[in-house]
Design a binder for this molecule. Structure first.
Ligand code: AMP
Ligand code: MG
Length: 505
């Protein structure tokens, strides 16, 4: 689960970055609109992330140069940038919206590193685009800090996600529920294409535009599928598999995305578009992090099912590309969709077994987990803290495991679960130290709780960006004990439990 860190030998100056924009070159203006970013007044660098710079082989010292802020903060264009806003549609809260598109994000281009990886650089909050609808094209500092910190925290947790290179702030006023300051995020991903990128052409009945988009995607991002006979079906199967695994990872770590509309679903299976997301504090499966989601469509425990719903929208949009008569194509799509739940369940069971410190598979593991989660829900036990503490479980016959037991209201119920767990651990034949070390690699100590993000935001809004850097550093090592940062592993204080995160960003 631990992220594998790249170490590239080569490090480039800003001018040496070779930009291209294969998306804009390969496709035409039915898929995007060309335009330049609109700078923010009083732009300045808020945070820079050397780990993301490493991915594009940019020398981190380059962030000190004025050109860095200029080119990655929207003030000017890198000489080789080819900026475009991407067009897409999507199902929002279950309803089809025929045209969305990048209303405030501009794709500057992509950088190819010496390993042949492509990294798109996208500036979010870069001003009005032809797809802004009624929006102002801006992002506020608050939401930019949240996306910057969370995307990097997710990466460190081993969860596929877009990345963040840097963040710039400004003096420009942006109107939300209150007046806030405008900011921009330089986001990176191999591709920012979404399920909704395909839905747009399907619902417009422009089936002939689906194929070039799918071909572009496969050639650049799924080249292993080029050999397959029914490559578009294979693409759908691969996106389905990745989405199942992604959502399994969210469920394991206690992450709620908050706005799983199909325009926020990455075609590469990445966590994309951080808005009103939240990590579970107390284990509450019905947790709704998005204050505007009154019906709980995107509640934590609804995510696996919504993933399938979203994939069925994608499958529908790709139908014209599948071989055979319509009925046959639909049958093939349904067969792929039927693989989703088993894939997710398998991945989740495996991940949760690791969180419980179980290496072998036993028949009753599912019950053992289910009963634990039920007890945790009844007692509103902190999800992250409990699993981390479980690494210290003492399986010896007379152990009382008081520290774990004290999390629960019904302590006898915990005792009876604990005795089952002790028996199960006994079957593993692994030493306590070995098990704890393995569990600590699967049960993070540090997650981006809402209250931690809020503290960094409050300070940033007052002009002090130091807490962003500090949190970022801690969250880069979520599985390590960091005794000097014990406070960052604490559950939320009372004010931090009731933070309401709105959709406005
Ligand atoms: P989101 O819910 O943030 O994923 O955004 C949904 C759609 O609204 C996308 O097309 C966004 O580009 C667009 N959008 C969100 N906020 C703004 C804004 N402030 N200005 C223009 N478009 C926006
Ligand atoms: Mg979005």
């Amino acid at each position: 689960m631990r992220p594998w860190r790249h170490h590239y030998g080569r490090m480039n100056k800003l001018e040496q970055l070779t930009f291209s924009n294969s998306f804009a070159r390969r496709l035409d203006e039915h898929y995007f609109a060309r335009l330049d970013p609109t700078p923010l007044a009083g732009s300045h660098l808020v945070a820079f992330n050397p780990q993301a710079a490493e991915l594009i082989e940019l020398d981190p010292d380059e962030a000190q140069r004025p050109e860095f802020l200029c080119w990655f903060g929207g003030e000017a264009l890198h000489p080789e940038a080819e900026p475009v806003a991407m067009l897409y549609a999507g199902h929002q809260f279950g309803h089809y919206v025929p045209q969305l598109g990048d209303g405030r994000a501009i794709l500057l281009g992509e950088v190819r590193n010496s390993r042949g990886e492509r990294w798109e650089l996208q500036l979010k909050g870069a001003g009005i685009t032809p797809f802004s609808r009624r929006g102002d094209g801006r992002a506020v500092l608050r939401s930019t800090v949240r996306e910057y910190l969370c995307s990097e925290a997710m990466h460190a947790l081993g969860i596929p996600t877009t990345r963040a290179l840097c963040m710039s702030g400004s003096e420009e006023e942006v109107y939300r529920e209150r007046i806030e300051k405008g900011a921009m995020l330089l986001r990176m991903a191999p591709s920012h294409l979404r399920f909704g990128s395909f839905e747009l052409f399907y619902y417009r009945n422009q089936f002939e535009r689906l194929k070039p988009l799918a071909d572009y995607l496969i050639e650049h991002h799924y080249p292993e599928l080029l050999e397959q006979e029914e490559r578009y079906l294979a693409l759908f199967r691969e996106v389905t598999r990745r989405t199942a695994e992604l959502i399994s990872q969210w469920q394991q770590v206690g992450f709620a995305h908050g706005v799983m509309n199909t325009d926020n679903m990455s075609i590469l299976g990445l966590t994309l578009d951080y808005g009103p997301f939240g990590f579970l504090d107390d284990y509450d499966p019905g947790f709704i992090c998005n204050h505007s989601d009154h019906g709980g469509r995107y509640a934590f425990d609804a995510q696996p099912q919504i993933g399938l719903w979203n994939l069925s929208c994608l499958g529908q949009a790709l139908l014209p590309l599948f071989d055979g008569e319509p009925e046959e194509a639909a049958e093939k799509a349904n067969a792929v969709l039927s693989e989703y739940k088993p894939a997710l369940d398998r991945h989740y069971a495996e991940g949760m077994r690791a969180k419980l410190g179980l290496q072998q598979v036993a028949e009753n593991d599912v019950m053992l987990l289910r009963d634990l989660l039920k007890l945790m829900q009844q007692s509103a036990v902190d999800y992250t803290r409990f699993f981390r503490a479980l690494g210290g479980f003492d399986e010896s016959p007379n152990a009382t495991n008081d520290q774990l037991r004290d999390h629960f209201i019904d302590r006898e119920a915990f005792d009876s679960w604990a005795s089952r767990y002790a028996i199960r651990l006994g079957q593993e034949g692994v030493s306590a130290e070995e098990r704890k070390a393995a569990m600590n690699r699967h049960n993070p100590k540090y997650i981006l709780r809402n209250y931690l993000a809020q503290q960094a935001i409050d300070r940033a809004e007052a002009g002090d960006y130091s807490e962003i850097g500090k949190l970022h550093t801690i969250l880069q090592r979520p599985f390590d004990e960091q005794p000097e940062h014990e406070a960052y592993a604490e559950p939320p204080p009372d004010w931090g439990k009731t933070l309401e995160i709105s959709c406005s960003s």
